[in-house]
Design a binder for this molecule. Structure first.
Ligand code: PPS
Length: 303
């Protein structure tokens, strides 16, 4: 398959974006959320797929086991702002196009699980009007940057990452697809203070104690699975299990070259130490303090 050229970043309402996530904007802006929809929101590479898989198993693991072998995660949990045709148009006179909004509209599950990387101010207003539950996952900036760097190497749909040093500078400048990490995690943190149905999860907490975070998630969602069921979910979402699972590891998307870097790459806290030089780390920390001085959100870079 011939791959399209790498896209360019541009400013979209003050956020760096690429056209794949803005071309369908009218439909995104006017998207009609339902009261029982669950929005999974993250900055890219913070643990979206992990939490998506957890929620999918919690809701549908027992009632629809065939999903587990036949439906990739990106079809179970539509990516709201994506206009990629992840399912190739059918060779018939009425080819189907599957943008994130179309996939979400076609979902027959209840609840619908929907993924977004949008910063809080760009989320379609119907999610707030319908008072939907939202799970926001945040990951420490250093590991998030490293994961994003490797993702941009393997994902033809994103701009070229360049070398690590330049990429890190761009990350600090907020010139990334979906904008500034700093604005994203703090914007959602502020919203949590007023939107009671927002559960803010840290990737580091999930790595440290998945059972505890599963319990917290269930309590937020109002679910009470049996102990066996919870263990089944926990087993299914362990890093090594998901890495081997072709329905979860994005090996079925041609736009991503998992030979360059796997989507399920390391799944660790602290891998940044293998990438940052001492000088880069010091510069990053100094800049971080300035950018994060007005927020109470705290991250851990080791567990
Ligand atoms: S995306 O493209 O934004 O949706 O990516 P996202 O799913 O948010 O993030 C991918 C990173 O999450 C790691 N991951 C996991 N870590 C631990 N356990 C499990 N089960 C798990 N599933 C996904 C994945 O490996 C990416 O992180 P890195 O550091 O690159 O390995």
């Amino acid at each position: 398959m011939e791959l399209p050229p790498r896209p360019k970043l541009f400013d979209f309402h003050g956020v760096s974006m690429i056209h794949h996530f803005t071309d369908n904007w009218e439909n995104i802006r006017n998207f009609q959320a339902r009261p029982d929809d669950i929005l999974i929101a993250t900055y890219p590479k913070a643990g979206t797929t992990w939490v998506s898989y957890i929620l999918d198993l919690l809701y549908f693991g027992q009632t629809a086991p065939e999903r587990q072998t036949s439906l990739p995660i990106y079809e179970r949990v539509p990516f709201l702002e994506s206009d990629f045709h992840i399912i190739p148009p059918e060779p018939d006179p009425h080819p189907s196009v599957h943008t994130g909004t179309e996939l979400a509209d076609k979902l027959s599950t209840s609840p619908r699980l929907i993924k977004t990387h949008l910063p809080v101010q760009l989320v379609p207003k119907s999610f707030w009007e319908q008072n939907c539950r939202i799970v926001y996952v945040a990951r420490n900036a250093k590991d998030n940057a490293v994961s994003y760097f490797h993702f941009d190497r393997m994902n033809q749909a994103h701009p070229e990452p360049g070398d690590w040093n330049n990429f890190l500078q761009r990350f600090m400048d907020g010139k990334m697809v979906f904008g500034s990490w700093y604005d994203h995690v703090t914007g959602w943190w502020e919203r949590k203070q007023t939107h009671s149905k927002l559960h803010y999860v840290f990737y580091e907490d999930m790595v440290e104690d998945t059972r505890r975070e599963l319990d917290r998630l269930c309590s937020f969602l109002g679910l009470s699975p049996s102990a066996e069921e919870k263990e089944r979910v926990r087993g299914g979402v362990q890093f090594d299990t998901m890495k081997k699972n072709s329905m979860a590891n994005y090996s079925t998307l041609p736009i991503m070259d998992i030979k360059i870097s796997p989507f399920m790459r390391k799944g660790k806290v602290g891998d940044w130490k293998n990438h940052f030089t001492v000088a880069q780390s010091e510069q990053f920390d100094g800049d971080y303090k300035k950018k994060m001085k007005n927020t109470t959100v705290q991250f851990r870079t080791v567990v």
